[in-house]
Design a protein around this ligand. Structure first.
Ligand code: PL3
Ligand code: FE2
Ligand code: FE2
Length: 251
């Protein structure tokens, strides 16, 4: 009896040891291998998208300030945060030894960028806020929340800091639209109809590269919809209006 116990203890000890070794070799959190060529190749595009996105977000907040001069100080603050984000993500790429494909990223944003510029020229503030402070910020929030779960430790820390700011940016757009809902609802709906499908298209375009980074497409969509619908609710739209707006993504 005594002997048998001893053998069992030894076996337990042996199997514990094996588990420990295996977890060290195969990565305890199931993170991707950040050093492979395929990871770096996908990262060169995703990293560029994020860097370009942060730069354009900066430029957009500066542009929006020309339409609401009273808000210059607040919008300049938001713009400054975007430059800090850009620096952070540039460091993430450098840390992994990746060169960002900026040409790809410029093309990735070109359609949405064009729509923002047209709205700006026309002085369509509601459209500008929907594109930057709602759609782009919700897209960034979804991407960063999913990325945090599978990022390398360096990038994880940076992204955690960034995503907190992005909620402030989303909130900024939300509060302005809420205060002006009675006069901006129609333009909001129309701008959403045109630009939400672009976000969906961008998500589809990035899905393959994202999956190499262990980021799941469904999860990205889910996170986007949570941020997007939550904001529309806070703005003061009812369930039917929110459903109608979200539907623009699938038709
Ligand atoms: C607004 O402050 C920034 C806008 C950036 C838009 C980013 C969209 C990102 C889509 C790519 C998904 C991968 C994210 C990985 C993060 C390094
Ligand atoms: Fe940002
Ligand atoms: Fe932002």
């Amino acid at each position: 009896m005594h002997n048998e116990l001893k053998i069992t203890d030894m076996q337990t000890l042996e199997s514990n040891k094996k588990t420990t070794e295996e977890s060290i070799n195969t990565n305890p959190l199931n993170l991707p291998d950040f050093t492979t060529d395929s990871y770096k190749d996908a990262y060169s595009r995703i990293n560029a998208i994020v860097i370009e996105g942060e730069q354009e977000a900066h430029d957009n907040y500066i542009s929006i300030a020309t339409l609401i001069p009273d808000e210059l100080e607040e919008l300049t603050k938001l713009a400054r945060m975007e430059m800090k984000h850009k620096k952070g993500f540039t460091a993430c790429g450098r840390n992994l030894g990746v060169v960002a494909d900026m040409e790809f990223a410029k093309k990735f944003f070109s359609e949405l960028h064009g729509n923002f510029q047209i709205a700006l020229e026309k002085g369509n503030l509601t459209t500008c806020l929907l594109i930057q402070a709602i759609l782009i910020e919700a897209f960034a929030i979804s991407a960063y929340n999913v990325y945090i779960r599978v990022a390398d430790p360096f990038a994880k820390k940076i992204t955690e800091g960034v995503v907190k700011d992005e909620y402030l940016h989303l909130n900024y757009g939300q509060e302005w639209l809420k205060e002006n809902l009675s006069t901006c609802k129609e333009e909001l709906m129309e701008a959403n109809k045109v630009n939400l499908p672009l976000i969906k298209k961008m998500l589809d375009q990035v899905a393959d590269d994202a999956s190499v980074l262990a980021m799941d497409r469904e999860e990205l969509m889910e996170e986007f919809m949570i941020a997007y619908q939550d904001t529309l609710m806070e703005i003061g739209l009812d369930n039917r209006e929110i459903a109608r707006m979200a539907m623009a993504a699938i038709v």
